[in-house]
Design a protein around this ligand. Structure first.
Ligand SMILES: Cc1cc2nc3c(=O)[nH]c(=O)nc-3n(C[C@H](O)[C@H](O)[C@H](O)COP(=O)(O)OP(=O)(O)OC[C@H]3O[C@@H](n4cnc5c(N)ncnc54)[C@H](O)[C@@H]3O)c2cc1C
Length: 174
């Protein structure tokens, strides 16, 4: 992925990346419908192996625009964020938002095998609730399950700055 502009804000620590993945609960899925971008929010489950390889699992109705697009063009880009908190500054351009976020590039794969679909839904529910759920073949027949095979991802944290005076003449920049 293209290098981050403020490299010092990049998160590379696996534990902190896992915290973001556990907290966000939904991602913004970016797709290309021909030459028109399409973004759709989706809840997810995820797995990360010991080498840091990341996969997401999505579920939903078996029809709709996002599925039509992914069938034609499986390339995806996803973004998620958590811990968002606005902060004030002494001048307008120093106002901002603290956050942690993750962006990922990959490929959408439709899962058709009932066993794999059941496993994917269990992963999704584990991420969403922290609980273990099992599913029947009958239940998974009526939902579409998509795995996002992630080839690259980056994570970033913009921390809350130290408190700054609210008036321009109240003192030196903190
Ligand atoms: C936080 C969040 C989490 C969600 N999680 C899931 C999930 O896990 N699985 C799931 O299937 N869906 C989820 N949804 C709903 C999802 O965003 C879509 O509405 C839904 O999946 C249908 O998408 P589609 O591309 O099939 O649209 P279609 O039903 O085919 O509709 C096409 C058109 O409807 C409009 N539209 C569709 N969705 C939305 C929307 N959310 N807001 C405004 N306009 C819309 C757009 O103009 C779009 O072009 C979630 C929504 C939110 C806000």
């Amino acid at each position: 992925m293209k290098g981050m502009t403020r490299r010092e804000l990049e998160i590379t620590d696996r534990g902190e990346i896992l915290e973001i993945l556990d907290k966000c609960k939904y991602l913004h899925l970016g797709l290309c419908d021909g030459d028109e971008p399409y973004v759709v929010p989706m809840n997810y489950g995820y797995t990360m192996d010991e080498n840091g390889k990341l996969d997401f699992y999505l579920h939903g109705a078996v029809w709709g625009r996002k599925l039509d697009i992914m069938r034609k063009n499986p390339k995806i880009f996803a973004e998620m964020e958590c811990d968002t908190e606005p902060f004030a500054g002494d001048v307008a351009c120093r106002y901002g938002l603290a956050y942690r976020s993750l962006m990922a590039r990959g490929t959408a794969v439709f899962i058709e095998d009932p066993e794999e679909k059941m496993k994917a839904l269990s992963i999704l529910m584990k991420t969403q609730t922290g609980e273990d759920f099992t599913f029947t073949e009958k239940l998974v027949k009526v939902v579409a399950i998509i795995r996002l095979d992630i080839s690259e991802y980056t994570a970033k944290c913009r921390p809350m700055p130290k408190a700054r005076p609210m008036t321009a003449d109240a003192g030196e920049d903190a």
